[in-house]
Design a protein around this ligand. Structure first.
Ligand SMILES: C[S@@+](CC[C@H](N)C(=O)[O-])C[C@H]1O[C@@H](n2cnc3c(N)ncnc32)[C@H](O)[C@@H]1O
Ligand code: SF4
Ligand code: SF4
Length: 386
């Protein structure tokens, strides 16, 4: 195999396994320090998804100095990964500088965005600043009154990632409104070689809002089909542990786990407050948090039953059962290597994959309607309070 294609193959295999940062994360399985933090770089957002309790446009952006101070403190606690979230992180005027700062401090850095403000130039700046992962949220093929996050806006932007070092993931929310298009969202991402996941809308354990998830049987069938495809080695970005967990949620089955939120992972609000997770908040200033404070959150929580904060469930299961969770994920990813190998042997196929990833007119390839998508389902109840 020519040197260029050998290097490309190695690069692809490396990317398959990079999401877990296996060696780095391994340290955090053995000590008492935190693995990851989600930092709200702003509460402000350019959209208004009906299922979301995580934006507030009455608040100003936190200053760059405050954010840097909090980022330093998060690192001092020993945290390895930082996820920049919001609100919408790309509305913060200093987002590129924040990414650069996180990387200078040694964080593995990701950013979750609705993608509406993403331009080719901004992506290049984020790459130059060292960003490793972008997660773009896409719920539907076409916008609806419930969520505007659709492939109609995002498809033309996939081309920006053609030669980018930043890994792209697509994540969608499944609820009654989006379910009829969730399969098409999954197909669209996967068929372009993008690790893609669609996850059940989370119920708020504190009952601040209610969202109709949609018909249980249909949801269960859909989750089952994802588990099957994951077994076949498809690039479904959800771990099998979380797919199984979602199926148990739908069936009302009890799952035995210990929530590590507030300990191995935690959140910092756009006011610099320490939050256990996106749903459970405290008034403690992040600057006053100690490792003992974090360790005190290593306990089962009263809000565990039905918890839908999947990043917290995922990190908790990983820390609790590393061999089982990582083992299955490694096997699932390893199943993809033969097809990568075949593609690398045929240079034209590699080009074809690129054009499939980036074909802005790829709408005709979608396994689902791109026109006249279903309208909002009346059963979805909007946010009651934040
Ligand atoms: C709060 S958003 C912030 C980042 C950015 N504005 C976005 O939408 O990607 C972070 C992620 O949480 C997801 N999300 C928000 N509310 C949710 C809910 N009730 N259930 C499940 N996921 C939710 C969003 O779709 C997004 O992927
Ligand atoms: S999910 Fe993201 S884009 Fe939607 S309202 Fe919430 S913060 Fe904004
Ligand atoms: S169980 Fe943990 S992650 Fe879930 S809502 Fe409670 S504190 Fe948050």
């Amino acid at each position: 195999m020519p040197f260029y294609y050998r290097m490309k193959l190695l690069d692809k295999i490396g990317r398959e396994f990079s999401g877990y940062n296996i060696l780095e994360s391994g340290k955090r399985l053995l000590d008492r320090k935190p693995l990851q933090c989600s930092l709200y770089v702003t509460d402000r957002c350019n959209l208004d998804c009906a299922y979301c309790t995580e934006y507030d446009n009455s608040r100003p952006h936190p200053s760059l100095d405050d954010l840097k101070k909090w980022i330093r403190k998060i690192r001092e606690l020993g945290t390895m990964r930082i996820a920049l979230v919001g609100g919408e992180p790309l509305v913060h005027p200093n987002i590129v500088e924040l990414v650069r700062y996180c990387r200078e401090l040694g964080f593995a850095t990701s950013l979750t965005t609705n993608g509406f403000l993403l331009t080719r130039k901004l992506l290049a700046e984020l790459e130059d600043a060292g960003l490793q992962v972008i997660q773009i949220s896409v719920d539907r093929m076409t916008p609806s009154p419930i969520t505007k996050k659709s492939f109609k806006t995002i498809l033309p932007k996939l081309d920006y990632f053609r030669d980018s070092k930043i890994s792209l993931h697509i994540t969608g929310v499944i609820c009654a409104d989006t379910l009829p298009e969730s399969r098409a969202v999954l197909e669209t991402g996967l068929s372009r070689g993008i690790p893609t996941e669609v996850r059940l809308v989370h119920a708020d354990p504190l009952h601040r809002f209610r969202v109709d998830r949609g018909p249980r049987e249909a949801l269960e069938r859909f989750i089952d089909s994802m588990i099957e495809r994951k077994h076949r080695g498809e690039k479904i970005h959800t771990s099998e542990a979380i797919l199984n967990y979602q199926r148990s949620l739908l069936r009302g089955e009890h799952v035995e786990w210990t929530c590590m939120a507030g300990y191995k992972l935690f959140f910092v609000s756009a006011q610099g407050k320490f939050w256990i997770c996106s749903m459970v908040h405290t008034n403690k200033d992040i600057m006053d948090v100690t490792l003992d404070d974090l360790y005190a959150n290593y306990r089962k929580k009263s809000c565990q039953e039905g918890c839908g904060v999947y990043c917290a469930v995922s990190a908790s299961l990983l820390v609790e059962k590393p061999v089982r969770v990582l083992g299955k994920e490694i096997v699932a990813r390893a199943k993809r290597i033969p097809s990568m190998f075949r593609r690398s042997l045929t240079p034209d196929a590699d080009k074809a994959t690129h054009s499939a990833i980036t074909n802005p007119d790829g709408t005709h390839e979608m396994n689902g309607s791109t026109k006249g998508g279903p309208f909002a389902d009346d059963r979805v109840t909007l946010r009651k309070s934040v």
